[in-house]
Design a protein around this ligand. Structure first.
Ligand code: ADP
Length: 523
């Protein structure tokens, strides 16, 4: 049976119980009304009749004794007409009285008293009509009084009886009503009990499978995917549990697959890690061999180069050469110098990258540094007819504590580029202080650098014009060295440039003024 049908049937059952209570209530109310009816029906006509009898008797006595006969007795002078009217009235009342007491429901005692009463009244009338003796009349009237007393006591008895019956009826009606109320209460309690039992039963039937399902779901949530819901009903909860079981089955399967895949992956990772370790070892070995090779090669290259440069210098100073030979010696000297610079640059990059470059800080006089740069770069400025400006911020300390070789390399590389890529205008070196940093800014009015190359030019061997026909010489290592040195000194370097207008390279290095010499190995 489906859950919905079960719920609907339960509601119908509860409604039926409520309906039964209602019916019982209606029936008992009917009973109460019936008994009240019985009381009213049985009591009111009797009381009405008794009232009527009493009223008729009273009227008669009133007329007989007070208005007429006693007057005749006590005052013989009363008009005859008045007396006649009184007698007529009495007759009428007598007839009325007879009529009332002749009713079939009239009480026995009253009925028994009536003939005597009527006879005595008749006798009074007869005496009044025939006799002139006041004494006779008086006796007849006394007879009526006696009859009336009997009659009155009969009426009183009848009323008392009636009232007693009335009381009994009321008691009976009260009992009926109490019974009806008790029945009502009992049926309400029974129905409530039945509804409660039904509710508990339904709740248990509906909740039990849900609780089972929830327990299974909680266990599954905690990682136990072997959980299955054991609900064998065909209702919605049964369908839900079937779906749940299918879901947990597929999760369990996926879980098993995942574990298998994971172990395969772990194995692969292990293998790859092993390979990687081997590769790293090989790479480290290769790097060591490369460094060794570079060191040997640079030594091997620099020794003959230095010898060549030495001989070329001697040649230029001492030998009498013709113009062509002079030109050739100078060109070979320039090429030897370029080769030496290239070798030195490659060695520098290699040493900084491998962390083998040693930085030795010392007190460097800014004025001396500027003087050296001016004499070194002044030649280039003069050659190209460029203006070379140097501005030193007076706020800067006269000496700074820094690696002299590194700062010299940074500034000469930047100035060398500025002069190389500027054909007219000026090159300016600004040394200033910002926060706790030394700011080195080299500005030129040269060819500028396109925006997409602003980052790339700091990489090794990257040049804006990388073609074989480029007009400017250079290895493409200068800015890479500058950036690596700036970073090694805990500083930064950046460029701002507009093509055709010029460039500004700004290096910021931590400003130290400590006088102690210390050796810092940058790893
Ligand atoms: P290079 O030996 O080629 O000068 P660098 O690393 O010093 O190598 O510079 C890389 C490239 O950056 C240069 O080839 C040039 O294209 C560009 N560059 C560097 N400085 C300037 C500058 N002041 N003005 C224009 N271009 C510049």
């Amino acid at each position: 049976m489906s859950l919905r049908l079960r719920l609907i049937l339960s509601y119908v059952a509860v409604a039926s119980l409520v309906f039964i209570v209602g019916i019982v209530g209606i029936i008992t109310a009917e009973q109460i009304t019936n008994s009240a009816d019985v009381i009213i029906k049985s009591t009111s006509p009797s009381l009405t009749l008794l009232g009527q009898i009493e009223a008729a008797g009273n009227n008669m006595r009133e007329t007989v004794i007070h208005h007429a006969l006693f007057r005749k007795i006590s005052a013989a002078s009363i008009e005859d007409q008045e007396y006649k009217d009184a007698v007529d009235e009495l007759k009428t009342h007598l007839e009325e009285f007879k009529a009332v007491t002749n009713e079939p429901d009239a009480y026995e005692a009253i009925a028994a008293a009536v003939p005597d009463y009527v006879a005595r009244t008749q006798h009074l009338l007869d005496v009044a009509n025939t006799s002139t003796q006041d004494a006779e009349l008086y006796q007849a009237a006394l007879g009526i009084d006696a009859a009336e007393e009997v009659f009155q006591s009969a009426i009183d008895n009848a009323i008392t009886e009636e009232q007693a019956e009335f009381q009994l009826n009321i008691l009976a009606a009260q009992n009926t009503s109490h019974t009806a109320v008790a029945i009502n209460l009992i049926s309400i309690v029974l129905v409530l009990g039945a509804a409660l039992a039904l509710g508990v039963l339904i709740a248990r039937r509906i909740l039990q499978p849900i609780v089972q399902l929830q327990t299974a779901a909680t266990r599954m949530m905690n990682g136990d995917y072997s959980q299955r819901a054991s609900i064998g009903t065909n209702d919605e909860i049964g369908q839900l549990s079937t779906a749940f079981n299918m879901m947990s089955e597929s999760i369990q399967k996926r879980d098993t697959d995942l574990i298998a895949a994971n172990s395969v992956l772990e194995k692969r990772v292990e293998e790859r890690t092993k390979e990687l370790r081997v590769a790293t070892r090989e790479a480290q070995e290769a790097s060591r061999l490369k460094d060794e090779f570079l060191a040997i090669m640079s030594h091997e290259l620099r020794t003959p180069l230095n010898a060549m440069l030495g001989f070329q210098g001697i040649l230029l100073m001492t030998a009498k050469l013709d113009d062509r030979s002079l030109h050739m010696v100078r060109r070979s000297q320039a090429n030897a110098n370029r080769l030496l610079t290239l070798i030195n640059d490659i060695l520098d990059v290699s040493r900084i990258e491998s962390g083998r470059m040693q930085f030795v800080k010392s007190n460097v006089s800014l004025a001396d540094l500027i003087e050296r740069l001016q004499s070194q770069m002044g030649v280039l400025a003069d050659e190209k007819l460029l203006k070379f400006n140097v501005n030193l911020d007076p706020a800067l300390p006269p000496t700074i504590f820094i690696d002299e070789d590194a700062i010299t390399k940074i500034v000469t590389n930047l100035l060398g580029n500025a002069f190389k890529f500027t054909e007219k205008g000026s090159v300016t070196l600004d040394l200033s202080q910002k926060d706790n940093n030394l700011v080195i800014a080299v500005t030129d009015t040269g060819i500028g650098i396109p925006p997409h190359m602003h980052d790339a030019i700091f990489e090794r061997f990257r040049q804006v014009d990388g073609s074989s026909k480029r007009t400017h010489g250079g290895s493409g290592l200068g800015l890479a060295i500058v950036q690596k040195l700036a970073v090694a000194l805990n500083g930064t370097i950046n460029v701002q440039s507009v093509v055709g207008e010029g460039s500004t390279f700004t290096a910021e290095l931590p400003l130290e003024t400590v006088n102690e010499a210390e050796k810092v190995a940058v790893s």
